[in-house]
Design a protein. Structure first.
Length: 369
């Protein structure tokens, strides 16, 4: 109980110091939930309702490991694709291009040659209609900024392609596949794309999430409104809110439902994810540029958002809205931090100091104690 109070005090101090309006922190050790700590309010302008364990956050780039990397592991596991396969074998629109020759592995490790980001949303429609074909053409025509495989450059564009790849291989829209192959088997509810849009789907009717349960993000200049239940990332919004690089919403406990499948698989326990593939996906790739990337996951670097205590074998990921997930398989520790530090403006960077601090504190209180 004393440990819980220490973590609660640190979270409240972050709220008081303007790190974020509010946040959730979930900690699990050896498969046992230790705490779900909440602090602050959903919004600061105007002052919103208190954050609850059921508050839903825009997970931003946590979409990459939780949906895209998880999906590709499942598809490799089912022999639908190989990590060494060029993407043009599936995305035939890319045939004969430099990016079409990039392999699934190169895209997962951010070594495809693509730039990190481009404002494609400025050249697309208003975000109300799917524009997959247009985006594929834009990526196809985008000049590579370095020779494929030469180094790592974190790339949203690469994960957009991987999202399209999952759709082609599965024969389903990415959000449908995510619900069928990941969320329902793992009981990772609530976790979804487009949380304020209910959808009748085969034998399932998904209930809309009440907007009062969702933490708002930014007062967006492009859309000219406060975003709440709409993905913060502009390119994902232009894709209808569903993309391989961003768009997922959920709670800290729903994130743990997926991270737990990775950790169980890592240790060869019962999981929907094959253990050998989990260890392959979560191991830092050995390249001359000493990149910290595994396959769809990051690993600790110096300095690291995971702090200084997580082992070298740890893996995790960050999200632009200042969400994070770090997993240490050595001590079986999972830590999820969800916040909306971009509210009301993305200019707030205080969490860069707080994040390693809170991970070191969690490690000290739960592992080292």
């Amino acid at each position: 109980m004393a440990t819980h109070h220490v973590i609660q005090a640190a979270m409240q101090s972050a709220v008081d110091g303007g790190v974020f309006p509010g946040a959730q922190l979930a900690v699990r050790l050896h498969g046992e939930l230790q705490c779900v700590v909440v602090a602050g309010r959903l919004s600061s302008v105007p002052s919103g309702l208190p954050v609850l364990p059921t508050t839903v956050y825009d997970l931003a780039s946590l979409t990459k490991p939780l949906v895209t990397a998880t999906s590709l592991l499942l598809l490799v596991q089912r022999a639908k694709v190989a990590l060494g396969a060029p993407v043009q074998e599936v995305l035939v629109e890319l045939e004969g291009t430099s990016i079409g020759q990039a392999t699934v592995r190169e895209l997962l490790t951010h070594r495809s040659g693509l730039p990190g980001w481009r404002p494609f949303y400025e050249r697309l429609a208003d975000g109300k209609q799917p524009v997959t074909h247009h985006v594929l053409k834009l990526i196809r025509d985008e000049p590579l900024i370095y020779r494929r495989g030469e180094r790592s450059v974190y790339s949203d564009l690469g994960f957009m392609l991987l999202g399209f790849l999952v759709e082609r291989l599965s024969g389903m829209a990415l959000d449908h596949w995510c619900e069928d192959a990941i969320v329902r088997p793992l009981g990772a509810d609530p976790m979804m794309f487009c949380p304020t849009a209910g959808r009748a789907k085969l034998d399932v009717v998904r209930t809309m999430i009440d907007v009062s349960r969702i933490a708002p993000s930014e007062q967006d200049e492009w859309r000219n409104r406060l975003l709440c239940g709409e993905v913060h990332d502009e390119n994902a919004a232009a894709l209808g809110g569903v993309a391989g690089h961003a768009g997922l919403f959920g709670t800290a406990e729903s994130v743990l439902a997926i991270s737990g499948a990775w950790l169980r698989g890592y240790h060869g326990r019962e999981s929907i994810l094959d253990g050998d593939l989990v260890r392959q996906f979560t191991t830092r790739q050995e390249y001359a540029d000493r990149s910290s990337w595994a396959l769809g996951w990051d690993t600790p670097s110096a300095p690291s958002s995971s702090g200084s205590s997580f082992s070298e074998g740890s893996f995790g990921h960050l999200g632009y809205t200042r969400t994070s997930l770090w997993i240490d398989p050595l001590c079986e520790l999972e830590v999820v931090l969800l916040s909306n530090r971009v509210h009301p403006s993305r200019k707030n960077e205080k969490i860069k100091v707080f994040r390693p601090y809170i991970h070191d504190l969690v490690y000290r209180e739960f592992v080292s104690a």
